[in-house]
Write a protein that binds this ligand. Structure first.
Ligand code: GLY
Length: 381
């Protein structure tokens, strides 16, 4: 398979669907218009919702786009998987009451295997578990053996994002090989690891969700497909993650050059969010210092309490010293464990304050006792 660049793949997709009678449009804005259900455009279909519902007449009943998208829901997965990003581009071909399951499935397979050249043996379709029609198209028309077609429930194979057009879907997964797998014996299509990666989603848009979970059947049957361009480039270029495809790597290399950092040289949790938490924790530095001073004082006067006082003083100094060391770390030294240690440091600080407090109170009592003793001795009381 040729290792096409991301820009080439985008053009190949749009040309392919233009050849199938689609009107190719440029990406719509990331900011939704007349759609209160979304903060940002999260799929190719989102700006086209009125065409799916029949509320507006599309310029053509077949359209194709490469839409800029942001999925806020994916943010938690960024950096943890090879396939999630904040901003991404979604390739999509759409039918507004025109073709349906048959053409959508055939063309998705044709594009992936004949145009891009992905090995058919590494592709696995999935269908919504009640969608026998889509199952039969894959099995009887496309010749995919039954045991290579996966059936999933609503969570995986029913596409909806907020209110609007939605429906059961049929996805296509690509097996990137064992080197990307989690190694679990049951690792297969649907596993959360990065081996079987979903690249194409054929949505059979037949329903409308009113946003409260009530579904009505649309007047027309539609097709909404979505394929993450960066994911496609990842498998075509056989690179580790979406951050390693040609165009994104070029940006990443420039960022490394400007920042003077080497990508992945050392895996550290020094991202903005962690820096802010650590910097917030630094406000505890004066407290830790006070605790340290109290601990040292209690050490100095430990002879007052013998062995027990010595132990308490040492514990207070060690805990408060450790807490201060953590807060004095420079951002370059932040690691995942220093982040976790912030709370541990606070607990240590509280314990050392208590210990030092007990020591000081006992010390005061002893001093009062000494003063009282001197008084008694002086005045002969
Ligand atoms: N609209 C189809 C998808 O985002 O997967």
């Amino acid at each position: 398979m040729k290792k096409y660049g991301l820009n080439e793949l985008r053009q190949m997709f749009l040309d392919f669907f233009e050849s199938k009678g689609h009107l190719v449009k440029s990406s719509y804005s990331l900011v939704p218009h007349n759609d209160n259900s979304l903060l940002l455009i999260n799929a190719g279909m989102a700006p086209l919702k009125p065409y799916f519902t029949g509320q507006e007449v599309p310029p053509r009943t077949r359209m194709a786009t490469c839409q800029k998208c942001i999925r806020t829901g994916d943010i938690e997965n960024i950096g943890k998987t090879a396939r999630h990003g904040t901003f991404f581009e979604m390739l999509g071909n759409f039918s507004f009451g025109d073709y349906f399951k048959h053409e959508a499935i055939h063309w998705s397979w044709e594009f992936l295997t004949e145009v891009v050249g992905l090995e058919a043996d590494r592709l696995y379709p999935s269908v919504y578990l009640e969608d026998d029609e889509a199952f039969d198209i894959w099995n009887k028309e496309m010749g995919i053996p039954k045991d290579r077609i996966f059936k999933f429930g609503k969570e995986d194979n029913f596409w909806e994002h907020g209110a609007g057009p939605c429906g059961p879907c049929s996805e296509i997964y690509y097996d990137r090989g064992e080197k990307y797998g989690c190694g679990k014996p049951d690792c297969t299509v649907g596993c959360e690891c990065d081996r079987y990666i979903e690249i194409w989603n054929n949505v059979f848009t037949q329903f409308e969700n009113d946003g409260k979970g009530n579904y009505t059947t649309l007047k027309q049957k539609n097709i909404d497909t979505g394929m993450g361009l960066e994911r496609l480039a990842t498998v075509v270029q056989d690179v580790d993650s979406i951050f390693d495809v040609d165009t994104i790597k070029a940006l990443r290399d420039k960022v490394c050059e400007i920042s003077g950092k080497e990508y992945k040289k050392e895996y550290k949790f020094n991202n903005q969010c962690i820096m802010e938490i650590m910097n917030g924790a630094k406000k505890d530095l004066p407290n830790a210092t006070v605790v340290l001073v109290l601990g040292i004082l209690s050490l100095i006067f430990c002879w007052c309490y013998g062995f027990f006082g010595l132990i308490l003083g040492i514990i207070a100094v060690v805990l408060a010293g450790g807490q201060r060391k953590l807060y004095l770390q420079s951002p370059d030294e932040y690691t995942e464990s220093s982040f976790k240690n912030v709370n541990a440091g606070r607990v240590c600080g509280i314990i050392s304050i208590c210990i030092a407090g007990v020591v000081v109170v006992v010390l005061l009592l002893v001093l009062m006792g000494i003063v009282a003793g001197i008084g008694i001795a002086s005045f002969g009381l």
